[in-house]
Design a protein around this ligand. Structure first.
Ligand SMILES: NC(=O)c1ccc[n+]([C@@H]2O[C@H](COP(=O)([O-])OP(=O)(O)OC[C@H]3O[C@@H](n4cnc5c(N)ncnc54)[C@H](OP(=O)(O)O)[C@@H]3O)[C@@H](O)[C@H]2O)c1
Length: 218
């Protein structure tokens, strides 16, 4: 399986690239900073330079030629302001989905966030509100498309080692944390699981073995 990952140098993306390489799949990481090429290659993926805030849908569609799946794992990140929540967390996902349609790549896994799908909580701050608004809009855009999409909303991410034990279900799942390593493993399991097409799933740490939790969704 050839999987193109938007935000290819992100923390989840690098873990996913390593996992895909280890199981014999081919990962391609889209990155904007040439200084990140070595890390992406070291994770076992092909690195392709593509600034998702500057590229056109046709540019990205050309990069998706021959791909079996797209994973949207980009994000403006901590420290960014409201405008980049819109230009990355919303618009770059819309761009990837446009490109996937043009290139005929049907499978699309979007990393969203718990909290999306509802108005931002009052008093949560301008940047958080922009983030949740952007994620909610990106989800709505993807749901309206004729693609084999899955929307994954993790809780608060940690850099703890993988546990292999999760809680994965349609919303609402109680808020919680989840290691990025478990998120990457869930994405890996979602990619070739048609039972999860057209589902919005929330993810935290939990008690269920990861493979069983993904398999139980359908
Ligand atoms: N933090 C949390 O607790 C939390 C909770 C739920 C969901 N999430 C979501 O989970 C996803 C992944 O999280 P993560 O921790 O792996 O993120 P991350 O390490 O911050 O990675 C995001 C990646 O997106 C890239 N990116 C930003 N703008 C770009 C552009 N214009 N073109 C190409 N790439 C661009 C960044 O590259 P640069 O290094 O070049 O900027 C970075 O490598 C994000 O969508 C995030 O919103 C986060």
């Amino acid at each position: 399986m050839r999987v193109v990952i938007a935000g290819g140098h992100g923390k989840i993306a690098l873990l996913l690239e390593r996992l895909l390489a280890e199981r014999g799949d081919q990962a391609v990481g889209l990155i904007r900073n040439p200084a990140h090429i070595a890390d992406v290659r070291e994770a076992g993926a092909q690195a392709v330079i593509c600034d998702l805030e500057a590229a056109s849908a046709d540019d990205v569609a050309a990069l998706l030629s021959g791909a079996d799946a797209v994973v949207f794992a980009a994000g403006a990140g901590a420290g960014s302001g409201a405008p980049r929540k819109d230009s990355v967390d919303r618009a770059a996902s819309v761009l990837m989905a446009d490109a996937a349609e043009r290139a005929g790549v049907r499978r699309f896994v979007q990393v969203s966030s718990m909290g999306a799908g509802q108005p931002p909580r009052p008093g949560s701050g301008e940047v958080w509100a922009a983030y949740i608004t952007a994620k909610t809009a990106a989800e709505a855009d993807l749901r309206a498309r004729d693609l084999d999409w899955t929307i994954l909303r993790p809780g608060s991410l940690t850099d703890a080692p993988a546990t292999g034990k999760i809680r994965l279900a349609a919303p609402p799942v109680p808020r919680g944390t989840v290691p990025r390593a478990d998120v990457a493993a869930v994405i890996g399991a979602l990619l070739d699981n048609p039972g999860t097409w057209h589902q919005t799933l929330e993810l935290t740490g939990g008690d269920s073995p990861l493979a069983e939790a993904v398999q139980s969704i359908s």
